[in-house]
Ligand binder design. Structure first.
Ligand SMILES: [Cu+2]
Length: 709
């Protein structure tokens, strides 16, 4: 999820993408089967979870295969729209939900956080206890934003950035809900709250016209797919168009650039001319051992970066700057000299001396959290403009990358970052710190290690500055207006999880305690705890009122293992009883950081920005007015909050600005030095905060930093 801003709105909304953004739950999971599952108690009774292969053998149902009641063919959704490939990772099972009203809703949503119902709740703290009435309480704050708004693709596990035009650019995702890459660049326009029209795949168009293939199968019970629409023909699921990327990508990373373009790197792709594993007949049951082995074996690592230009809606492939990355590599824009164009994009865990360019080999490339053998904790930086201007841009090479340093730990597909920059009264960068929060040791075990690199050093070096309180995978990190980093959620269910030589406690494994990391000192403080576990697909974002919103995770993973409703569940990892995954419902939580409170627990009085400009430009200054005593203001910051997915945040930045009181009259006027260079703060929308001497932040004011002309 991430914030989206309309041009004339002071507050953002949140755009969520769930798995199958272009379908409803009832398209994906046969409602008759889900209801049958409820009748049989599978969705309501402990021990009958359908989140396992047992669902087919033991209970005789599978939400993805019909019983001929609502569908004309057993596996029509899988076969007609997604090529018959295995519905990947088991996570698709988080789609059919016991919340009935949710089943007809599109799985991509726009959440209006200013709506009066947005955060209404009945005070329940266990997801298993939430019911239809709880769901209804917030329903009016959510608008469906999938197929009905022009989204035709499965953009789940995408790379996403917001540019200065306020539009949201989404790169890659899933093709056919397999691990196959997506070529598409999808664009969300916040003004119309619709998606820029791309070509509609025939698979999706046919599903609209003839859901479940009822007409198709009435005419021909053995039809393998809609007429002239074989999903395994690339043009059926991804009809080519000029805005496509040159390479299809699944789990790429993207970052907004100082020149208002986007760099996209990494991601994997597979060859969908290779069919699903045999073992499934047209109207039979899914072979539960099916794993599409041959298809998976075609997996390649996309090594060519692409630069997307929003003015032309085209991509520029940098064949001359190849680099292999694990899934979702971390990225950071770094100023490297005094000039406007002196910047690079620094990366993590990339490797250019890895051998062949496109090598098939499945797990070798770190699928599903595995560590590719080339991953070493390297930070290579790419001279993007140099590579773009290179006359040999189309000739395969591994140029334009500089190795800056190698950190102590590797961080493939795992770890959040934090980016903080401070600018002095002359517009120079005083410090630019980039943090890697948590990591993996040589044995592949999760750690809590925090490493920092200071890019203003003449020779920037990674150094270990601390450790979070317990080793957590996919924990979330959110930059706060006081320059601290809130760390929350993430899980560690490894048998090796330990803290200081003792096994992790339940709460440590489930990442229930939030933590506050102070980049200035390296210290970590334990915060309040939550009741909801969130792993890989959980997400978090700072809100304009300086609170933090946590949401997401696979629905079936949202019931914590010790859920009081279900004490007798089968164990996971042999360690703890497990909650019933069928009870999970999508749920968000708000965290109110300590800076919002006084010592006695009552709310702190907040400084107030009475007046601030809507737009600012690079260089020069801007004036703001605060209410009350201006001597109380200790800092002025701009915060950029973009997409957060799989714990990865690219493009988020804390920008601390120099200021002084204007005139001697103490009228509350502050003169603030604007960023000088676009690599200090990329153009676009920020939240402007002032903080008082106690560290209490104001409500934010939306601030637009104009692109550098
Ligand atoms: Cu994912």
């Amino acid at each position: 999820m991430g914030l989206v801003w309309r041009r004339n709105s002071p507050t953002p909304k949140i755009l969520f993408h769930a798995r199958f953004p272009e379908y409803t739950a009832n398209d994906v999971a046969d409602p008759a089967i889900v209801d049958l599952a409820i009748m049989r108690g599978a969705l309501t009774t402990p021990g009958l979870q359908f989140n396992s292969s047992l669902r087919d053998v033991l209970h005789g149902f599978d939400p993805f295969l019909g019983l001929g009641t609502a569908r004309s063919a057993d596996d029509s959704f899988q076969r007609l729209t997604y090529g018959g490939y295995l519905m990947r990772q088991g996570l698709s099972q988080s789609v059919p939900t016991r919340i009935v009203a949710n089943r007809t809703m599109e799985r991509q949503l726009l959440f209006d956080i200013s709506h009066p119902d947005a955060f209404k709740n009945s005070g329940k703290f266990h997801t298993a206890l939430l019911d239809q009435a709880d769901f209804a309480m917030n329903r009016a704050a959510f608008a469906e934003n999938g197929y009905s708004k022009g989204m035709f693709y499965n953009t789940y596990c995408n790379a996403r950035v917001t540019l200065s035009d306020g539009r949201v650019y989404v790169f890659g995702g899933h093709d056919m809900q397999s691990d196959n890459g997506l070529y598409k660049v999808n664009i969300f326009d916040p003004e119309t709250e619709t998606w820029v029209r791309r070509l509609e795949p025939c698979t999706r168009a046919n599903w609209t016209r003839d859901p479940f293939g009822r007409q198709l199968f009435a005419g021909n019970p053995n039809a393998p797919f809609y007429n002239n629409c074989d999903p395994r023909d690339q043009q059926s699921t991804q009809p080519s168009e000029p805005s496509d990327q040159k390479y299809a990508r699944w789990y790429p990373s993207a970052i907004p650039l100082p020149n208002d373009m986007v760099l996209v790197v990494g991601g994997f792709d597979q060859d969908n001319s290779v069919p699903p594993d045999p073992g499934r007949v047209a109207k039979g049951r899914q072979n539960i051992s099916q794993s599409d082995t041959a298809f998976t074996a075609t997996r390649v690592n996309i090594v060519v970066p692409e630069v997307y230009d929003p003015k032309t809606d085209r991509n520029i492939a940098l064949e001359n700057a190849r680099m292999a990355f694990p899934l979702y590599p971390q990225l950071e824009v770094v100023q490297t000299g005094p000039g406007r164009d002196d910047w690079k994009v620094c990366t993590y865990d990339g490797e250019k001396d890895y051998g062949d360019e496109r090598v098939p080999g499945g797990a070798r490339f770190g699928v599903g959290g595995g560590t590719p053998p080339f991953t070493k904790g390297t930070t290579y930086c790419l001279d993007v403009l140099g590579a773009m201007k290179d006359p040999n841009r189309n000739i395969p090479a591994k140029n334009h990358w500089t190795l800056v340093d190698t950190a102590s730990e590797v961080r493939p597909y795992c770890c959040p970052t934090a980016s903080l920059i401070e600018i002095d009264a002359d517009g120079h960068t005083l410090s630019h710190k980039w943090f890697m929060i948590s990591g993996q040791n040589a044995s592949g075990d999760q750690t809590g290690t925090v490493e920092e690199i200071e890019f203003t050093d003449p020779n920037p070096r990674w150094k270990i500055v601390g450790s979070i309180l317990q080793p957590l995978a996919t924990t979330k990190a959110v930059l706060l207006p006081d320059g601290k980093v809130l760390i929350g959620q993430g899980v560690n269910r490894s048998p090796n999880c330990n803290v200081g030589g003792r096994p992790c406690t339940f709460e440590e494994r489930e990442g229930l305690h939030f933590q506050m990391f102070d980049p200035a000192t390296g210290s970590i403080a334990k915060m309040a705890k939550t009741t909801v576990s969130r792993g890989l697909h959980g997400t978090a974002t700072l809100l304009p009122d300086a609170s933090v919103f946590f949401a997401g995770e696979n629905r079936e993973a949202l019931v914590r293992p010790d859920d009081p409703s279900f004490p007798l569940m089968t164990s996971y990892a042999g360690l703890l009883p497990r909650g019933d995954p069928d009870q999970g419902v999508p749920v968000g939580q708000l965290f109110f950081p300590p800076y919002l409170f006084k010592q006695d627990g009552t709310r702190a009085a907040r400084p107030v920005i009475a007046k601030a400009p809507d737009d600012i430009s690079y260089r020069g200054h801007f004036d703001i007015t605060v209410a009350g005593d201006p001597d109380q203001i200790s800092s002025v910051v701009m915060l950029r909050s973009d997409h957060n997915t799989h714990s990865l945040t690219t493009g988020d930045r804390y920008v601390k600005l120099a200021f002084h009181q204007k005139g001697a009259a103490k009228k509350g006027e502050l003169r603030v030095r604007a960023p000088k260079l676009p690599a200090q703060a990329v153009p676009g929308i920020y939240m402007l905060f002032v903080l008082d001497r106690a560290g209490v932040p104001s409500l934010s004011k939306r601030l637009y930093l104009q692109p550098d002309k």
